[in-house]
Write a protein that binds this ligand. Structure first.
Ligand code: BGC
Length: 451
């Protein structure tokens, strides 16, 4: 009975916070379809203006990840998420009702602030609430929500493509944002953060709701307090004890993006349309890619605490390599894909996306919630998250130019090479964290002092 209450409390908290992930996925995915109609508005948008609408969100994400880390460490995880939800509501409504182009750009930047903050605070918050034995699956719920958000955005784009109502495409995101805000009002603050603020009584009450009879709450408080006695500063991040974990997190962040996932998420219809598919089959192929992304992420959530992070990461990254080589081979006979070569390209893209979903997608966000010491956790996660959005921005802004300059074969072979480097790096450097308490991971990484 008590166990059922614990499961419900944990499920409700993680589910509510994961709405932040849903908004992350929806708001990054929706623009691909919305652009088709937006470009005819406001007297017609140039390609540069279209790129601005897409990428200003990513700039907002970097700023949001920076500010979010500071806020989460200073005022707590819960108020930070509540304010993020309000920022989502404001940004989304401004986008839906924007009377002119500059205000639309401002709206995309504001939405980016919220996406950037929630992308790091949600895994951070769930990671600290969850008991060690189920932490992998629960934190990965956030990634599942991201993929559901992306798929929902594709379906909305598809459903509204008849009317071309881009305002509604943007505006619908206000609903989960309001639910997130109301939901956060009823959640507990992270017990680990409370302990770091010497608020042990509140932490104890929260932990009693979130831990089962087999867990020793007093021992957890004691251990978290012992590890929480350090300074939180950027300087601390470069200390020999934190630096190894910082480098691993940033490397995972950059590899997650430079191996090309968002060229598929943001550009697949453009790519397939340009390669000879009609627009409805291009959108349909995109919906299928979104579906594969969700299904494989569900499997990853299920496997994360069973087989561990490392096997999923290594198998998934190897699969990405195979997918990229397949896409590259489809482009061998020229950039205009027809018949069998179009089918090979679509299969390769889906294989790639599914492999990302089972490994690097969820594992990156999970590991950065696990490998940093409590006292610098928010700040360190924000550094990794800024690196992730920064790398996303660079890839997104340069992808179409790259395609023109070095063709389809060259571009996908480049991604394949970067994936191979990532695979070797992961094999050598990334630790297994399955089933260990955050405190044990912290002690082990400290004593390892790998540089
Ligand atoms: C990445 C996003 C990506 C998404 C795709 C996330 O883990 O950070 O950039 O769009 O996965 O599912």
């Amino acid at each position: 009975m008590a166990d059922r209450h614990v499961r419900m409390a944990i499920g409700l908290t993680s589910g509510t916070a994961a709405l932040g992930g849903l908004l992350f996925g929806y708001d990054t995915g929706v623009v691909s379809g919305a652009l088709l109609f937006l470009k005819k508005e406001f007297g017609g948008l140039s390609s540069f203006q279209q790129e601005l609408v897409t990428s200003l969100l990513l700039v907002g994400c970097m700023v949001g990840a920076f500010a979010g880390g500071r806020a989460a460490d200073r005022v707590g995880r819960r108020p930070t998420l509540a304010v993020t939800a309000l920022t989502f509501v404001g940004g989304v409504l401004l986008a839906a009702f924007a009377p002119d182009f500059p205000l639309l750009l401002l709206a995309r930047f504001i939405i980016g602030l919220a996406v950037g903050t929630s992308s790091m605070v949600v895994p951070l918050y769930i990671g600290e609430m969850a008991p060690a034995r189920v932490r992998g699956g629960l934190v990965s719920l956030n990634q599942l929500a991201v993929t559901v958000g992306i798929l929902a955005a594709y379906l909305v784009d598809y459903g509204l493509s008849g009317s071309g109502d881009w305002r509604l495409m943007f505006g619908l995101a206000a609903i989960p944002a309001i639910v997130l805000f109301i939901g956060m009002l009823f959640q507990n603050e992270s017990p680990h953060w409370l302990i770091s603020q010497d608020r042990d009584d509140e932490a104890r009450r929260a932990l009693q709701r979130l831990r089962g009879p087999e867990d020793d709450v007093e021992a957890e408080i004691e251990e978290v307090r012992r590890l929480g006695q350090r300074k939180n500063s950027y300087r601390e991040l470069l200390s020999p004890k934190v630096r190894p974990a910082l480098i691993i997190g940033v490397a995972l962040a950059v590899f997650q993006q430079i191996t090309g996932v968002n060229t598929v998420i943001y550009y697949a219809p453009t790519l397939l349309q340009g390669a000879g598919l009609g627009s409805s089959s291009a959108i349909l192929a995109e919906v299928c890619v979104g579906g594969v992304n969700v299904i494989l992420t569900i499997i990853a959530v299920w496997l994360m605490d069973r087989v561990g992070r490392r096997p999923l990461l290594l198998i998934g990254t190897s699969g990405m390599l195979i997918g990229l080589l397949t896409v590259a081979s489809a482009f061998l006979g020229g950039d205009h894909l027809t018949g069998a070569r179009a089918v090979i390209a679509i299969i390769g893209l889906m294989w790639f996306q599914g492999s990302f979903a089972i490994g690097l997608g969820p594992v990156f966000w999970l590991l950065i919630a696990e490998i940093y010491p409590l006292k610098v956790r928010g700040t360190a996660m924000s550094v990794a998250t800024i690196a992730n959005w920064g790398a996303d921005f660079v890839v997104t802004i340069s992808f179409l130019t790259l395609l023109n300059a070095i063709s389809g074969v060259g571009t996908f072979l480049l991604f394949a090479l970067l994936t191979l480097i990532a695979l070797v790096y992961f094999h050598v450097k990334v630790p297994e964290t399955k089933g260990q308490s955050l405190q044990t991971i912290e002690s082990e990484l400290e004593t390892a002092e790998i540089t």
